[in-house]
Write a new protein. Structure first.
Length: 64
C-alpha cells in the first residue's frame, strides 16, 4: 500500500509540493526532515516531510 501511494505522489505532485506522513515512511523517497514525538504511552510517533523535486526527482517537462 505505501509503495502504491509513493508512486502516485511521485507521478502527480508538482515540484516543491510538500507531503507530511505520519508513522510510515514512503518507500522510493528520501525525507528532507523527520521527527519523533512521544505520545505519553509506549508508542512514539514519527513524522516525515517530503518535498517533490528534492525527495524524489521532478517530473519531466514541468514548469511551476
Amino acid at each position: 500500500m505505501a509503495r502504491r501511494l509513493a508512486l502516485k505522489l511521485i507521478a502527480e505532485c508538482r515540484e516543491s509540493c510538500r507531503v507530511v506522513v505520519h508513522d510510515h515512511p514512503l518507500p522510493l523517497a528520501e525525507p528532507v526532515a523527520s521527527a519523533t514525538i512521544p505520545s505519553g504511552s509506549v508508542h512514539v510517533h514519527a513524522v516525515y516531510l517530503y518535498i517533490a523535486g528534492v525527495s524524489w526527482p521532478a517530473r519531466e517537462n514541468e514548469s511551476i
